[in-house]
Design a binder for this molecule. Structure first.
Ligand code: APR
Ligand code: PHB
Length: 393
């Protein structure tokens, strides 16, 4: 067993773990990131791509924003299509100047990996059997194996940034955390295609046949989704069937100009809301998907992760620079307050825009009128806009 030492051991080399590692490095705080997969595998995952301003600011602070600023698209609004009628949500006008950045999570992750490499950061890929230990003591440590050899890293703190299926949350004894969950009765079938996006802004479409989303990664790469029953399999969906279904959920004039082509990725993701409380166990701190999941309708997954990292980063810096642990002590409460606001918004967007065939007719009537009300009322649209661009940290 080889033994080494660092200040903060970070489990998980997704966007949460990498961003924290990069931010701490710039403040002179040592980290080691342990990632189960290869770098190629992590960068092969297709995920969402709408960044709030707070996230963009963190990428700047992390000195990782150059390519994002160059290649990302600033979006001043988006569209909600309600039964084939387009309604523009003017984010910038409604929020007094706020916008979002459309830039894929894959690209964010790639930029963070590049920065870690440039600065000599330690990111250990293919770390197997990662396990946090002695979390409630002043001498926590993490063990793992790599290439058949056992390793141990002693540290001051462990950060569990290892996603929903990671080991960190599962290492907290039962009874020390509480989990809140809501599972939705449908999933999103998504495809990526090398076609020109159908619209210059995102279109969130509610239709009689179910929800659809037109998103994009660049002007030559489109990302589209349709709501499907949980029983559907990817194999049930040929590209042709997907395009026909998508068109049937969009306004005719949008469907008419939709450019179709072969999919280069196709997958089904179930929709889930999940929160674990508290987000701390002794000297183990949970961040990002390890602690919470949102349905993707509000584009809050990556942004909620970034919000945790913001609080944890400032808490750790105050601890090391000034011996002030109040930020770390408040971390779970502070982070959770914003997490729950993003949960509420994501749940609400999901509830408003999807078909719930099993809901009582009364509820369906309320759902119809709720969307009509929101689209017609500036006060209501302002609330939607301020949540979509992201509440302040
Ligand atoms: N040991 C080491 N690494 C692990 C382990 C483990 N036991 N389990 C999981 N991991 C790694 C995963 O391989 C993954 O690369 O942890 C990383 C977690 O990354 P993400 O799942 O991307 O989570 P996070 O970094 O919090 O990013 C949140 O991801 O799922 C989206 O909607 C979410 O966009 C949000 C973002
Ligand atoms: C995406 O581009 O993948 C995307 C965009 C917005 C969402 C969800 C997913 O709300």
């Amino acid at each position: 067993m080889t033994v080494s030492k660092t200040q903060v051991a970070i489990i998980g080399g997704g966007p949460s773990g990498l961003l924290l590692s990069q931010l701490l490095h710039l403040k002179g705080i040592e980290t080691v990131v342990l990632e189960r997969q290869t770098r190629e595998y992590v960068l092969g995952r297709i995920r969402a791509g709408v960044l709030e301003r707070g996230f963009v600011a963190l990428m700047h602070e992390a000195q990782c924003a150059e390519r994002m600023d160059r290649e990302g698209e600033v979006h001043e609004g988006f569209v909600i299509s309600d039964n084939k009628v387009m309604h523009h949500i003017d984010l910038e006008g409604l929020t007094g100047g706020d916008t979002v950045m459309v830039y894929g999570q894959t690209e964010v992750t790639r930029d963070l990996y590049d920065a870690r490499e440039r600065m000599g950061g330690i990111v250990i890929h293919e770390a197997a059997d990662v396990q946090p230990h002695a979390m409630t003591t002043d001498a926590p440590y993490v063990t793992y194996t790599k290439d058949g050899e056992s390793h141990r890293i002693d540290c001051d703190f462990i950060v569990g940034a290892d996603g929903f299926h990671g080991v960190s949350r599962k290492s907290i004894p039962a009874g020390q955390i509480r989990e809140y969950e809501k599972v939705y009765p449908f999933g999103w079938l998504g495809i990526l295609s090398e076609t020109k996006p159908v619209h210059d802004e995102l279109i969130y479409a509610r239709s009689e046949r179910g929800f659809a989303l037109c998103s994009l990664r660049s002007q030559v790469l489109s990302r589209y989704y349709v709501q499907v029953p949980l029983t559907d399999k990817v194999e049930d969906w040929s590209d042709d069937r997907f395009w026909e279904e998508l068109k049937s959920r969009l306004p005719e004039e949008v469907a008419a100009r939709l450019e179709t082509g072969p999919s280069i990725e196709k997958s089904i993701a179930p929709l889930r809301s999940f929160v674990c409380e508290p987000m701390r166990y002794g000297n183990l701190f949970l961040a990002g998907d390890a602690a919470h999941i949102v349905p993707p309708t509000g584009a809050k997954g990556l942004n909620s992760a970034a919000s945790d990292i913001h609080y944890l980063y400032h808490g750790l810096v105050a601890h090391y620079a000034e011996g002030d642990s109040s930020g770390l002590d408040a971390y779970s409460d502070t982070a959770l307050r914003r997490v729950w606001k993003a949960q509420r918004f994501s749940w609400w967007m999901t509830s408003m825009l999807h078909n719930f065939p099993d809901h009582p007719e009364f509820d369906q009537k309320i759902q119809n009128i709720e969307l009509e009300y929101f689209l017609a009322s500036e006060a209501a649209r302002t609330s939607l806009a301020e949540n979509y661009v992201g509440l302040p940290f």
